[in-house]
Design a protein around this ligand. Structure first.
Ligand code: PLP
Length: 449
């Protein structure tokens, strides 16, 4: 026990002294040391088990420690660890072919990246190049990654700290967020129509001929799983088509079965011109992302050089992991499973809402779900405001700490508690997780008025 404690302290010390932690002030951090992960659970060095209810960062879609991925990665490492992206391996072609099969519309070719943000960067670059236009239209309540271009495209408040340095020429519009509709709509359809009118006005003001692309998440994730009202994305795509604007679907979080379809836009019957993915592509086992383009866009580079490149584009080992993960999705029917479990989750959370006045709204598609906590259901005053500071986050932080104490890891942001477990989770494990959440919600309930 003594040895374990000193070993753990050394690990924490090395990390705190010599690594930087994203998004947080660096003083006073107490990271968990995780040394075991299996299925929907992770264990810290004290042997304490945590139910992973947000699949880490909504990427561990097939759960932790799947033996098929370890095998595929080891095999690829032994065969070919790396070749530059001008040479090819079997896994690269196989994965790209599979992606073309499951992706919506005629997205035929993929440029592989290392993650989500660089996929977004490349998509923006290509959309501008293809159209010869410079502006990008995006939603305020969205997240597209943390590099300068991707962060500029997002509206997440984390960008405000670096506002002056962000990529120019991004124009934002309001989300069609029915629960908090900016136009005080009475139905989701009304909210949709007003959001579309607003978007059309903005396109007019900015000049449609200046707009290269609109970028939207396949289903909203980090910003609170804000649902698109029925028909919204289809109408967005129609506006794009009318003006020769490209539609980029950001499927980084919503892709690979997460929403009960291969990609989020398939819930909306929309065919994007470009599609960005990452996370679920390798289900977190190795870094890999990508940008898929339509046949039409791809063809424009048949006779001229494609000005995009990364040393680790299509890394053979990541691609091998991707092929193995795709096999798991198919063999274990995880896309359909997410849709079915999503219905179960919605029933169970509806019951939870009866018990907990602090749950204002639950928005969910497949297993991409989010509780929105409020102080009062009528007034909808959020438990923590958008871009809350530490003081405003007090209740939510206490709730987050309580979840850890009760043996759950999940993402908590502002007044949102994310419910995005691995697609392999069982109904019994969903119940187990919701019981923990129910217990922790007593803290939020007590703050209701
Ligand atoms: N786009 C969306 C919708 C995301 O959720 C994320 C990450 O959470 C990204 C892009 C950025 O991906 P990455 O962190 O791999 O750069």
């Amino acid at each position: 026990e003594q040895v374990l404690t000193s070993e753990r302290e050394e690990i924490v010390e090395n990390n705190l002294q010599h690594t930087l932690f994203s998004w947080q002030k660096q003083a006073g951090l107490k990271p968990l040391v995780i040394n075991k992960a299996e299925g929907v659970y992770i264990w810290d060095m004290n042997g304490k088990r945590y139910l992973d209810f947000s699949s880490q960062l909504v990427n561990m879609n097939i759960g932790h420690g799947h033996p098929a991925i370890a095998e595929a990665v080891y095999k690829q490492m032994q065969e070919v660890s790396y070749v530059y992206p001008g040479m090819v391996t079997k896994a690269r072609g196989e994965l790209a072919k599979k992606l073309a099969e499951v992706a919506p519309g005629n997205l035929t070719k993929t440029l592989f990246t290392l993650g989500g943000a660089d996929a977004i960067e490349n998509a923006i670059k290509l959309a501008r190049l293809h159209t010869g236009r410079h502006k990008i239209v995006a939603l305020y309540q969205s997240y597209h990654g943390a590099t300068h271009g991707a962060m500029a495209a997002g509206g997440d408040p984390r960008k405000l700290q670096v506002d002056a340095h962000l990529m120019p020429n991004v124009v934002h519009v309001e989300n069609p967020h029915f629960y908090r509709c900016p136009w005080h709509s009475e139905t989701p359809e009304q909210c949709r129509d007003r959001a579309i009118e607003h978007l059309e006005r903005v396109v007019g003001y900015e000049g449609p001929d200046n707009i290269a692309a609109m970028i939207m998440e396949g289903e909203s994730g980090t910003s609170g799983c804000i649902k698109y009202p029925p028909g919204y994305l289809k109408k967005v795509k129609q506006i794009c088509e009318k003006h020769g604007i490209l539609f980029i679907a950001d499927e980084v979080m919503s892709g690979f079965g997460r929403t009960g379809k291969w990609f989020g836009v398939q819930n909306h019957d929309v065919e994007p011109d470009l599609l960005c993915f990452a996370k679920g592509a390798t289900a977190g086992y190795l870094p890999l992302g990508g940008m898929m383009v339509s046949e039409e866009i791809a063809r424009t580079f048949d006779e001229k050089p494609l000005p995009l490149g990364l040393t680790y584009s299509a890394h053979p080992v990541s691609c091998a992991a991707g092929v193995a993960v795709m096999e798991v999705y198919e063999k274990e029917n995880l896309v359909e499973r997410a849709a079915e479990l999503g219905k179960y989750m919605e029933e169970r959370v509806a019951a939870l809402m009866q018990k907990h006045p602090s749950i204002g709204d639950f928005r969910n598609t497949g297993l991409l779900g989010c509780l929105e906590l409020v102080k009062n259901r009528q007034t909808k005053v959020p438990m923590a405001p958008w871009n809350a500071n530490a003081t405003e986050m007090k209740i939510m932080s206490q709730l987050h700490a309580r979840l850890f104490e009760l043996g759950m890891y999940t993402m908590v942001r502002w007044n949102y508690v994310f419910i995005c477990p691995p697609l392999t989770i069982t109904e019994a494990q969903i119940d187990e997780g919701l019981e923990i959440i129910s217990e922790a919600l007593k803290i939020a309930d007590a703050a209701c008025n």
